[in-house]
Design a protein. Sequence first.
Length: 497
Amino acid sequence: MEADPIREYELMMTRRQFFGRARLGVGTAALAGLMGPAFGAGPNQGATHHKPRAKRVIYLFMTGGPSQHDLWDYKPKMKELAGKELPAYIRDGQRVTGMSKGVLKVMPSEYSFTQYENHDRGVWVSELLPHTAKVVKDLCVIHSVHTEAINHDPGITYIQTGSQIPGRPSLGAWLSYGLGSENSDLPSYVVMHSMGIEQSTTLFGRLWGSGFMPSNHRGVIFRGGEDPVLYLKNPKGVSRSHRRHQLDALAAINQEYYRDFGDPGILARLEQHEMAYRMQAAVPELMDLDQEPDSTWKLYGEKARTPGTFEACCLNARRLAERGVRNIQIFHRGWDQHDNLRTELPAQCKHVDRGCMALITDLKRRGLLEDTLVVWGGEFGRTAYTQGEYGSDMYGRDHHPRCFTMWMAGGGVKAGITYGQTDEFGYNITDRDGNPLVREHQPSKHHFTPGAVHIHDLNATILHLLGIDHTKLTYRYQGRDFRLTDVHGHVVHDLIV
């Protein structure tokens, strides 16, 4: 049967597109707006809800769940019950993963800790993080982060998008939508993957995706190696002027399509084409590390000269921050130590320890730390009990969402403090008297509990530091106003200067 062009047009014209087209008028005006810096912006792009403390965020995401017991949350009393069953009143019937079977035997950390004094209670740091310990006076260490997700995929998706179910925009996409970029030649959201010792944890594009938002808010991957951005270079025989003519012709064709169909995806693709054209000139200069002085290499170390290392990613993050990129995210895999923790965890720490220290130090000495928020952490923590035979070399820790440690620095957060505390087994969040604050049966994500930081609270606080009221940054989709924190989340003002 021959297609009816009128019926095809009706099927492709959604109600939103119809009213959008009626509001915009001819497509020429839409295309003119497209080429401006505010294309695809949220209703408040460039105009924050309140005075921001930070202009940008660098998120160091440790995929797999770093062990707070062996890095940050010092629990010496666990040694008294080493190898014995975790007391029933501590677990209190809370669920465990299917990987935790039989008797749950307490496993104290093998590593020594040092307390770095300050005006609060002091920050304990493991011997596995000697470089990070040098900048502990700049860190706000949060021991009481918690989540409902107990497995990796929903856990990572939850903390990155605000939902355990895939399909929502990522934190970086929300920031791109709400704030845009300070540099029209670079994306507002850049993602890097650093090399780790073990890459089994899968990372899906939805973690930096735009979900139901226009695709120009999706994170742009910067890779290690000769080609940091795929397909950015012109093919042989195609000059920059040829590319400009091609894009102009493509824009004219797509203008006609947009005028006919009103599909906002057309404008998003056009903006991506224009961004890629501008990046052809901006990215080579950005990635040219030879211009860095000797002091930079002394700080980051020689590993920073190798593309794809965590140190190299941190150096590139500083360079991106200098150039006005709003959200920079480094994913580092390999923190899922169910066994062989004794070997793998120290190796993982060596991968990231110097880079974290160098990034904080570099930002601070360049005057960037005060308006750059740095966040470090994973999707959940690890258990106080061991997996594998207690006392053997092949031991590890299972997933633990009830409490885990993250840290933030710069961007308006208090420095050199700890926030929140856990019981003597690092199993539950408690008040200063040791009474549990959060249990699974409590609606903790709906009602803010001082001392406990749900991941919705964490994201609300990140947005607040960037000048955004998390309850007001919304995107209408399928008849509903969505936001990063869904219908939850509270700003943790105790973390803010």
